[in-house]
Design a protein around this ligand. Structure first.
Ligand code: ZN
Length: 502
């Protein structure tokens, strides 16, 4: 359930200007760039402080509420975790916790308001703590008791107050966007660009790659005429100059169906964009239908092969057509979920397993739908909505777990439910997976996960192992193991259905 994106949803609680509260809409921490990006439903002025015991950056959002359901994301690097909490009825707090072995210079923290609803907090590169007196020792302050005030960092930007035409020269000037044989090249002058990259969708649900270049300006001669025509799956480019101080530039690539994902490389003379997983020359012109991966059907009918005493021959046939199973592969798209050993990503593992569970159940004549069938960004509410719209008989969310990378000894399976009526489903699933996978049993647990609370049908969420676990990680990566896990989950669902929901 851990991830680096939190998507939260609480309705607007107030509308009077004086005490209006708004909500934290999305946040995303990029561990490679040490960059936190968050958006709020209405404007906010974040208050950023650095606290030294333990070392953490605290971002208070006055007038903003949040749902604490997905509060914690374990990052596992120098920034150990991002925590989001509701401080009081009106204030949300985001806490970036540093690993005890690292520190950073709080004076180098930059807070950028791209708009007053969209903020980027750029951390300097964390450095290992030196024994006897790290750089921040002198300002070791606590949040509470000791009476020391935290170091307060004021946001650098006050959006919409300064026109970029009047601010001092920027660190980076973006001069040209060119198509090359290997992708795209954005030439720059000045400092090596400082960027924040994320993947999103436009209003029509088309994929976008967004590159925010901080402390940057567009060269005056770079107009729309200087942008590439539709190439390599990029239909259209948008370059936006933000009138912040210092200014920032947003580069948006509107991707069509043939576009792969893109990787962004920074250098002293420009930004290089290269497709991931294929050469640029292999990207066809125009659009085409994306084919889903074909899953090899299992050879033997699984109900018989896996049946245990009491569940086998006497089974009554399932009422075909009346049962709809909704499978929910966690995360996706811009949200990789947990990232484990050797960069293994939760979103890919759980999609592979869920797709195979669907294939197995369909072979048994059961109608199956998935909340996502590809690597796409998907909020939590649409997952619930899809299950409700399909009048699903049951909902099974599939995730993979993670803890701090310094805890490789933590391995095993956890199955979650929320309402008591969902406990039999969780039990059936968990039992089958335990029987067939030989993994550490971390039990069936009750938890207030969003998709479990908001679905009206029996629902369970299974964490199929730890991406950070020394035992589990190699298994999660193994395709045969994934297929076996899919069979176990499918079998657990069949057990539940044959048991008449008990
Ligand atoms: Zn997850």
């Amino acid at each position: 359930m851990t991830g680096v994106i939190g998507v939260v949803g609480i309705g607007l609680l107030g509308s009077l200007p004086a005490k209006a509260t708004s909500r934290l809409e999305t946040w995303q921490f990029d561990a490679h760039q040490n960059c936190l990006r968050f958006t709020t439903a209405t404007g906010v002025k974040p208050q950023v402080s650095w606290l030294a015991k333990p070392r953490r950056l605290v971002i208070d959002l006055p007038g903003i509420v949040t749902d604490e359901t997905r509060a914690d994301a374990f990052i596992g690097g120098a920034v150990k975790a991002v925590k989001v909490m509701q401080v009081d009825a009106r204030t949300s707090r985001m806490v970036l916790e540093l690993n005890t072995d690292f520190t950073l210079d709080p004076k180098q923290v930059k807070v950028w308001g791209l708009t007053d609803q969209e903020w980027v907090v750029q951390l300097p590169h964390p450095t290992p703590v030196v024994a006897s007196g790290g750089p921040d020792r002198a300002k070791a302050v606590g949040w509470s008791a000791q009476g020391n005030a935290p170091v307060s960092l004021s946001p650098r930007l006050h959006p919409n107050q300064v026109s970029y035409l009047t601010v001092p020269p920027t660190a980076t000037v973006i001069g040209a966007v060119q198509t090359t044989t290997e992708g795209f090249w954005l030439s720059t002058q000045g400092a090596t660009p400082q960027v924040h990259v994320y993947r999103t969708r436009d209003a029509n649900y088309h994929r976008q790659l967004v590159i925010d270049v901080l402390d940057a300006a567009l060269a005056p001669n770079l107009g729309a005429g200087g942008l590439p025509d539709s190439r390599y799956g990029v239909d259209r480019w948008n370059l936006t100059q933000f009138a912040t101080a210092p200014p920032a530039v947003r580069i948006t690539l509107n991707l069509n169906q043939v576009s792969p994902d893109w990787q962004v490389f920074l250098g002293p003379t420009g930004i290089r964009l290269m497709p991931i997983g294929m050469a640029a020359s292999q990207i066809p012109q125009g659009t085409m239908t994306v084919l889903l991966p074909v899953i090899q059907p299992a050879k033997a009918p699984l109900v018989q092969s896996g049946a245990s005493p009491g569940h086998g021959a006497e089974r009554s046939p399932l009422p075909r057509g009346s049962i709809v199973v909704m499978l929910d592969p966690g995360h996706g798209g811009a949200d990789p979920g947990a990232i484990g050993l050797e960069g293994l990503q939760e979103k890919g593992v759980v999609l592979s397993v869920a797709t195979q569970v669907a294939a197995i159940l369909r072979q048994q004549g059961i109608t199956v739908d998935l909340t996502r069938q590809q690597d796409q960004t998907l909020d939590l509410q649409p997952r619930v909505d899809r299950a409700e719209a399909a009048r699903a008989s049951l909902f099974v969310s599939i995730h993979a777990n993670a803890v701090n990378r310094q805890r490789p000894e933590v391995n095993g399976v956890e199955t979650y439910y929320f309402s008591d009526s969902s406990l039999p489903l969780a039990n059936r699933l968990h039992r089958r997976v335990m029987e067939s996978m030989g993994m550490n049993d971390r039990g069936v647990r009750q938890a207030r996960f969003f998709v479990l609370r908001r679905t009206s049908m029996p629902s369970a969420l299974i964490e199929i192992g730890f991406l950070t676990g020394a035992t589990d990680a190699p298994r999660l990566r193994n395709l045969q193991w994934q297929a076996q896990m899919a069979r176990a989950i499918a079998q657990g669902i069949l057990d539940y259905l044959h048991g008449g929901g008990s």
